[in-house]
Design a protein around this ligand. Structure first.
Ligand code: HSE
Length: 325
């Protein structure tokens, strides 16, 4: 029986729990029986005798769970095999960093959707996982449902990844592609992106390129570039005007916020992209182009945010831990 503990029970944590329940039969057929043994958020928790359905209902109706211990107590004291860490991103790592360290130290696998801990201490966490013989999985931190991390780590094994260029923030891409089509100013479109629920709680994280830079740091470290957040050259989209798109279009280009890592570059900035290029993708989509020595260019695209999309990436991590080998 695989015992799963979940910390962080907002949109992502609930989305993951719902998907576990919905796909229970298929998951159990593939990786074996599982049970969620505890769920904690910042104010409440539940452990012992409960079902996923109970916890979701409780959280929706009362906005809290029971009081069965604080998240750190649950991580330190309860017996579980996998910690699902879905707390909110703080670039200094926040509580999530502490939760992940504690779980790895006690020999539990970790699946996280939280960029903060990886941006704060990628190398430290990876070596902690290795020393303890467990896996730290983080597909959901970059590009939501779009498979980037396992693509780099597993499917492009023995390729030299010479560089990656990507669209890693759905909010900016939505704003830029609407600006391209309707020539509206960015503030007006940002409100609509917030209504769609894809913008960060503080949308300056999106429009200033902070969210994309955090994801770029994670990709960079995954492909062996020892990058820190401060190393990323970063320009956001706040200064782009609708008129810039008219000038670009005359020459056959559009404008996208491109995150790039290579031997020479580590940057997030608005760039001209040929209208026919795959990275001229529209709407809330994310995309990434990997340049390799032996596999040529590999392009992936997909939904970079959303409850179910993020949960699907976390479920693929669970698969990878138990059946991926
Ligand atoms: N605010 C992010 C985006 C969500 O717009 O892509 C996923 O990290």
């Amino acid at each position: 029986m695989i015992k799963i503990a979940i910390v962080g029970f907002g949109t992502v944590g609930q989305g993951f729990a719902e998907l576990l329940e919905r796909k229970r039969e298929e998951i159990e057929r593939t990786i074996g029986k599982f049970r969620v043994v505890a769920i904690a958020d910042s104010k409440s928790s539940i452990s012992g005798d409960f079902s996923i359905g109970d916890a979701i209902k409780m959280k929706r109706e009362r906005r809290r769970l029971r009081d069965d211990g604080r998240a750190e107590e649950i991580i330190e004291e309860l017996d579980f095999d996998v910690l699902v860490e879905a707390t909110y991103t703080k670039l200094d790592g926040g509580d999530g960093l502490d939760y992940i360290r504690k779980a790895l130290k006690k020999g539990s696998h970790v699946i996280t959707s939280n960029k903060g801990p990886l941006v704060a201490d990628f190398r430290g966490l990876m070596s902690l996982a290795e020393r303890n013989g467990v896996k730290l999985m983080y597909e959901a931190t970059v590009g939501g449902a779009m498979p980037v991390i396992k693509l780099a780590r597993r499917y492009l094994a023995f390729c030299e990844i010479e560089g990656v260029r990507g669209i890693l923030n759905g909010t900016c891409n939505y704003i830029l592609s609407r600006m391209e089509e309707e020539r509206l100013p960015y503030e007006q479109i940002l409100n609509e992106a917030q209504e769609l629920g894809i913008a960060e709680a503080d949308p300056t994280y999106d429009v200033e390129g902070i969210d994309a830079a955090a994801k770029l740091v994670i990709i960079a470290n995954t492909i062996g570039v020892d990058a820190k957040f401060e190393d990323v050259e970063r320009i956001g989209i706040e200064k782009i005007t609708p008129e810039a798109f008219s000038v670009a279009r005359e020459k056959g280009y559009t404008i996208r916020l491109i995150a790039e890592v290579s031997k020479r570059a580590l940057r997030v900035s608005p760039r001209l992209v040929p209208l026919s290029h795959p990275l001229a993708i529209k709407g809330t989509m994310n995309a990434a182009m990997f340049k390799t020595d032996t596999a040529g260019n590999i392009f992936v695209a997909g939904r970079g945010a959303g409850k179910e999309e993020t949960a699907s990436a976390m479920l693929s991590d669970l698969y990878d831990i138990y059946a991926g080998n």
